[in-house]
Design a protein around this ligand. Sequence first.
Ligand code: FAD
Ligand code: SF4
Length: 433
Amino acid sequence: MASSLPKNRTETTLHDKKPRYTAAEARAEAERCLYCADAPCIKACPTEIDIPTFIKKIASGNVLGSATTIFEQNLLGTSCARVCPVEVLCVGDCVYNGWNKPPIQIGRLQRFATETATEGETKQILVGKAAAKPRRVACIGAGPASLAFAGTLALAGHKAVLFEKRAVAGGLNTTGIAPYKLHAHDALDEVEWVRKLGVEIRTGEEVSTEAKAKELLAGFDAVYLGVGLGADSRLGIPGEDGPGVRGAVEWIEEMKLGAIDAKALGRVLVIGGGNTAIDVARECALLGAASVSMVYRRTRADMSGYAHEMQGARIEGVTLIEGAQPAAVVRDAGRVTALRVAGAGGERELPCDTIIVAIGQGKLSALAALFAGVATDKRGCIVADLATGATGNAQVFAGGDCINGGKEVVNAVADGRNAARHLAALWLDAGAT
Ligand SMILES: Cc1cc2nc3c(=O)[nH]c(=O)nc-3n(C[C@H](O)[C@H](O)[C@H](O)COP(=O)(O)OP(=O)(O)OC[C@H]3O[C@@H](n4cnc5c(N)ncnc54)[C@H](O)[C@@H]3O)c2cc1C
Ligand code: SF4
């Protein structure tokens, strides 16, 4: 799968910011862990990985055992190790923080264990698989939520089939995550590992009609909606349409999966104050754009982007323009020359060549309407029970960004896993062993 990606992808020029520990580094870091009873780091992880146990196994040289402990709770432990905002999750809750000492680098230890255990052609499957059972599940979308759902049910012996509209599986792990955290080929390696658990993945198959929805409901015992979010939201200002103005998620996908002309970026303005805006700004700066500024309508304190990511962006040369509300894109003979913004001092023009809009994504609520009983809330998110993924249709479950409006990979994995565990238990009770 990974080999089907073009070799000259722009993302490959952006290097890993936190490379994998060597065995000696991992062991030294693991030995610092206090293996706390009632460990706060476990509670901070949405998938409740037994962190002290997996770290202790690294310290004792049992790397395969360590990876097994991780995968038992989180089948996508490899990508989570790289993309989780550990600074605000497990690492942020490590007891060392309270003593002003460097916290344990849990993400890097998790990466060492999972990658060491699964690398190579054979890609070891470390978690046990139950005997085959008669149930069949269909998943719409092949992102982290569906992969965790399908993988967990496949391990319980059920047949899982994923329908993915894109040519590549993996969801935003493959198409959206900043390349200095995770390249598309590494995301696809993990997809391949999940596939080997017993999951079938059909790419280039969009589920968008009532007929297809009916076919899935008739052909499968359960359907999982793991469709994520929709297209980039637009500013709705004059001059927005035309070359030089791009949606952030669409731009990142192009840069990750193909070759873009980085030199043509020129002076970049990124609109938004969230993590996607920060990611895009950092990516443009690292690709060598002439200058990169983030334009945010409120103040730094109001930004939803993480402080540690913003700090990284500043180091890479990104500047922040606060209190600036985009009013119009200024063009000369069609070419973008500036962004007009409104602020406390009135309107002004910020010269630029490229504008990348990172103000959120739409919702894929139309999909819910294909399944009787599946409701959406006023934000356009699919309504599902957080613990079980259950929707208003007893045969349909949902999780990930499409129910929470956009969180992290680890939340999508937790949703998928929880729904699968719930369903496997229901079916076990019903005698489908
Ligand atoms: C730019 C960006 C950077 C991010 N960076 C991070 C990060 O560093 N760390 C982190 O933890 N999280 C990050 N996130 C959030 C994270 O990527 C998501 O929370 C996570 O991917 C959600 O998983 P999901 O399975 O719900 O959806 P997705 O990953 O979006 O997967 C949904 C899949 O469904 C497919 N699909 C949609 N509709 C259909 C249909 N009708 N038929 C068939 N297939 C369909 C899509 O093509 C897609 O592959 C980032 C998000 C963005 C946008
Ligand atoms: S809180 Fe820190 S020291 Fe304690 S078990 Fe977790 S990682 Fe180890």
